[in-house]
Design a protein around this ligand. Structure first.
Ligand code: GLY
Length: 374
């Protein structure tokens, strides 16, 4: 990682011909033109965003892109956008705007927009370049980096998509100030995930500095984003298409995807909230399987609670289906192989691993117990 003038940091994702920089700093929207211009063959970009983000940040981006023609489409905000109807609308709009093979699409928004716009760029004219400008904490630390793009199916989340690496990521930590506290904390679930999966010191740092970071300290926020992105970059470099190690980034996600499906991808449970609950359940499962001490899941839940985050099924409002139904939802997860559930388990904080042979009965008992706590 290198620090550059103005405090902006750069994390290189070294993927040979598909290598790119993730720039992390305050005020990057205002400098977007200088950052993006080297990629452009003509002074024109197409921006995909959502209506909420457009209201907050599109004018600042336009100002930052002075001298570059900006065409923009704002889709409805929310997870429901990440499906075929809005995807079709976005692709048809890009074609109507005459976006050419050598042009660049900008994804301005959170994970929904980044995933949808990246997939649109992947298939448009068999692939155009795109730049991620993530505006949520979740997108800055996870979804904008690593090239996973796609949309949801009625059968489940992210089941339609492609690997398509961005050409540049601009993570402006200043825009995080506009996030509602709940969305910020949901993104923080993904930050905690990095500590839990591979860096106990980072988790300890979050235990100490997480509350100040959540209150708005920009330096701490930048440090957390840069560290998370650097961890993700190293994993993606070693395993771009998730043949092995990259699956560690799915810590908590098997539980999370089932809970998101069970709550109808609604405001009852945000993705990052599901990740946080999923991480706590993954540590509890690891402890039940005798892999880690009782202290580990307790410490995970204590930190999430101290941050004011959801950390158990009892924190999800409304009804949930039974353990058997949740198991059935997990069976649709992309991490199923030969009908067997793969889980990310842990031998302790910072020591996660991929387990392909988890006993379904133990998982179902864990879920029954968690449901009984409601
Ligand atoms: N969000 C998990 C990954 O990018 O692999």
């Amino acid at each position: 990682m290198t620090a550059a003038a103005g405090g902006t940091e750069t994390v290189r994702v070294d993927l040979g011909a598909r290598a790119y920089d993730v720039r992390i700093g305050d005020g990057l929207l205002a400098r977007a033109g200088a950052e993006i211009a080297p990629l452009l063959r003509r002074p024109r970009v197409a921006v995909l965003t959502d209506e909420t983000v457009a209201g907050l940040h599109l004018e600042a981006l336009r100002a930052g892109l002075a001298g570059i023609e900006v065409r923009a489409l704002a889709l409805p905000a929310g997870e429901a956008t990440k499906g075929w109807p809005e995807f079709t609308r976005a692709v048809e709009w890009l074609l109507a705007e005459r976006v050419e093979r050598r042009d660049v699409v900008l994804a301005l928004g959170g994970g929904v927009i980044g995933d949808l716009a990246g997939f649109a760029a992947a298939v448009l004219r068999r692939g155009v370049r795109f730049v991620q400008i993530p505006t949520s904490l979740l997108a800055q630390v996870d979804s904008s980096v690593g090239g996973k793009t796609g949309i949801n199916s009625a059968q489940g989340k992210n089941l339609i998509g492609a690997f398509h690496q961005p050409s540049l990521v601009l993570a402006d930590v200043g825009v995080l100030d506009t996030l509602p506290a709940r969305d910020f904390l949901a993104g923080y679930g993904e930050v905690v995930k990095y500590g839990l999966l591979g860096d106990a010191d980072f988790f300890a740092w979050l235990e100490a500095d997480g509350p100040a970071l959540a209150r708005g300290d920009r330096d701490l926020r930048q440090r957390a984003v840069a560290h998370s992105v650097a961890m993700k970059a190293r994993i993606v470099e070693r395993d771009e298409t998730e043949e092995g190690e990259r699956a560690l980034l799915n810590l908590g996600h098997t539980f999370c995807h089932a809970l998101e499906a069970a709550t109808g991808y609604s405001g009852r449970l945000l993705h990052g909230e599901g990740v946080a609950i999923g991480c706590a359940l993954a540590f509890e499962l690891s402890q039940k399987l005798g892999l880690c001490s009782q202290e580990a899941p307790s410490r995970v839940r204590a930190h999430l609670r101290a941050m004011g985050m959801k950390c158990d099924l009892s924190d999800i409002p409304g009804d949930l289906p039974g353990a058997e139904a949740l198991m059935a939802l997990m069976a649709q997860d992309k991490k199923v192989e030969d009908g067997r559930l793969r889980f990310i388990l842990a031998r302790g904080i910072g020591s996660a691993f991929v387990a392909a042979d988890v006993d379904g009965g133990t998982v179902q008992r864990l879920l029954s117990e968690a449901l009984a706590r409601r």
